[in-house]
Design a protein around this ligand. Structure first.
Ligand code: BG6
Length: 611
């Protein structure tokens, strides 16, 4: 998805914009550009492809851009028009006196464009953004300030967007606004910043302010002013983000995915800290919600967060005995869902920005549900739509494929299950505490798993060398783990992979099975283990090469598989977290063996903030 950075301050504008865009690279993009104010003009530089291309072009300017103090930068993920230099942002309006960068989609751009063309405007790009640039420039040329012009144009636009603009006639000032897409202001000394995500600015400041829907913000080196669309001043408290800047650096790992897999024990520790004591008693008093009348839970989420929701269903149903439905947010929002004030809707989103998840919350609000957001991003859009928030404390997740955020989402849902169970009094206190003490072991059990895998991941990855597809099988709590394992593998290695409940495999997917379709079996524990083993035997009989996620020395696993990915014995709530680790590392290994960029898989973005 696109990224925005803005700056007003000292003669380090280019450096700040490029660094900030670098920190947003993980979101995915296909071109990049800057617009800078210079002596009553706007200087624009754009390049297709990686930021390095833009950096090279800047370097060729022999430092003539270095003294400049005000500007905006953008990484573009193509929506309207191909990834070309003409379509890259910033887009200029009028005769180059206004520059605009924009995230999101302007839904009524075609009508607006036709109308502008009818009035003689010439378009140089295929983007929806250029429409906005011309509309703003026209108003500025007519005597409005940049802020007034932006406010006027926003009234004409439909869709979701965050936008930042410069006018050659207003030196030292960046003006920005948003509708549904995120935008934050960062505070500095003698300089101020703008960005579409706090990650862009972590090296610069920890003090941020949110721009709300419809508001307009004016940023100069010495002031940040927020206005309503009608031009009235808004007072807003800033907030602090306690993520370390180093958290977005690689720190010796070959890529962010590997770093984030290894950060899981620490992330889980931070997520559980203060919420569960040594005795296993859970305290979620931070969420000011009364669960006494909750008779149904609906989880809404996308992608990996949806899989975390499936695991949450197991925990909540087992411990709290409340029925849980887990819905894909993009389906739920259009499903005319049923519910009432006793329904608890849990919206899970690492970024807190995913459009479908936000829309699903709005849908739930319609019937009066209580909404609890589970997110990794303090102050994100989702937190402002929800009645209460449970933060995962995974730290910034850069790799597109989610790993540590997933683990923390599962842990938070387990905490919620324990809290709900206690509120409803459906389980003896001691049994709940025992489950709680088990959950406290998550960080160490995940660490033990990572340490114990060693060479096995490479051996398992070798099985995929000639593969044309793969099947991930599990039952019970191992089924969501299988789904997540298959998603990880397909999204970063581009190998078609299916996650299936192993008992259902014979009703279709078994047709895929042969020596070129490795089967990854998550054996799990309890009543379904033997059943899973029998299901896997059927694939062995059809020539499958099997990789088993099982305990080291497990006889049945040895019989049915060529490679065991060993996992330690773990308490029930922790076992899916432990079983996910080898699958994350396996996907990473298969993708890197294929020479692929695991952090930025093709066609994917970290969170999808357009429809
Ligand atoms: C996808 C990402 O596009 O968005 C997944 O590739 C992620 O990794 C999904 O799980 C949902 O994102 P979020 O931020 O709402 O959890």
């Amino acid at each position: 998805m696109c990224g925005i950075v803005g700056y007003a301050g000292r003669d380090r504008c280019v450096e700040v914009l490029m660094e900030g865009l670098g920190h947003l690279e993980y979101r995915g993009y296909d071109s990049a550009g800057l617009a800078l104010q210079t002596e009553g003009r706007i200087e624009r530089i754009r390049e297709v492809g990686r930021l390095e291309n833009l950096a090279r072009t800047i370097a060729r300017r022999n430092g003539d851009l270095s003294p400049l103090r005000t500007g905006v930068g953008h990484t573009r993920w193509a929506t309207h028009g191909r990834p070309t230099e003409e379509n890259a942002h910033p887009q200029l309006g009028g005769n180059g006196t206004v520059a605009v960068v924009h995230n999101g989609i302007i839904e009524n751009f075609a009508e607006l464009k036709e109308e502008l063309q009818g009035r003689g405007f010439r378009f140089r790009s295929e983007t929806d953004t250029e429409v906005m640039a011309h509309l703003i420039a026209e108003r500025v040329d007519g005597g409005e300030s940049l802020r007034e012009a932006l406010a006027g144009v926003l009234r004409q636009l439909e869709g979701t967007f965050a936008v930042a603009a410069l006018s050659a006639g207003e030196p030292g000032k960046v003006v920005a606004a948003r509708h549904q897409s995120p935008l934050v202001v960062g505070f500095g000394e003698g300089e101020n910043f703008l960005a579409s995500a706090v990650q862009a600015l972590l090296g610069e400041t920890s003090q941020f302010l949110h721009v709300e829907n419809g508001e307009i913000v004016e940023v100069t080196d010495s002031s940040v002013e927020v206005f309503t669309p009608e031009g009235e001043h808004v007072e807003r408290e800033s907030f602090e983000v306690d993520w370390e800047a180093e958290a977005v650096e690689l720190g010796g790992y070959r890529d962010y995915m590997l770093k984030e897999i290894h950060e899981q024990p620490a992330a889980l520790g931070a997520t559980l800290l203060g919420r569960i004591d040594v005795d296993g008693a859970v305290d979620l008093s931070e969420i000011d919600l009364d669960f006494t009348d909750t008779d149904r839970v609906v989880v809404v989420a996308c992608g990996t967060a949806y899989h975390a929701g499936l695991l949450g269903k197991h925990a909540i149903e087992k411990l709290a005995r409340i029925p849980v439905e887990v819905e894909i947010a993009s389906e739920y929002r259009y499903a005319d869902p049923i519910g009432n004030e006793s329904t608890l809707v849990v919206a899970i989103s690492q970024s807190g920005e995913t459009t479908d998840t936000l829309a699903a919350i709005q849908e739930a609000r319609r019937f009066g549900a209580k909404v609890l957001a589970v997110t990794n991003t303090r102050g994100s859009l989702i937190t402002r739509e929800a009645d209460a928030v449970l933060l995962t404390k995974a730290g910034p997740e850069i790799c597109v494929a989610s790993t540590k955020a997933f683990a923390c989402q599962v842990a938070v849902l387990d905490l919620l299950a324990l809290q709900l169970a206690r509120a409803r009094g459906v389980m003896p206190e001691e049994a709940l505490r025992e489950a709680g003490r088990g959950l406290r072991l998550a960080p160490e059990k995940v660490e033990e798993t990572i340490q114990g895998l060693g060479e096995r991941v490479g051996e398992a990855a070798a099985v995929f060398e000639a593969a044309r597809c793969s099947l991930f099988l599990g039952r019970g709590i191992s089924y969501p783990v299988a789904l997540e394992g298959a998603l990880k593998l397909k999204e970063i290695s581009y190998l078609p992979s299916e996650g299936y409940p192993s008992g259902e495999m014979k009703h279709g997917p078994i047709a895929l099975v042969d020596e070129y379709c490795p089967v990854v079996a998550i054996l799990g524990d309890g009543v379904v283990r033997e059943k899973t083993i029998s299901n896997v035997e059927e694939t062995v009989a059809r020539g499958a090469n099997v990789i088993a996620v099982a305990r080291e020395g497990d006889r049945a696993a040895q019989r049915i598989s060529g490679v065991i990915l060993p996992v330690p014995e773990a308490p029930e709530l922790v076992s899916p977290l432990v079983a996910s680790v080898p699958l994350q590392l396996l996907a990473h290994h298969v993708a890197t063996d294929r020479g692929l960029d695991v952090d930025k898989p093709r066609n994917l973005a970290k969170s999808v903030t357009v429809e």
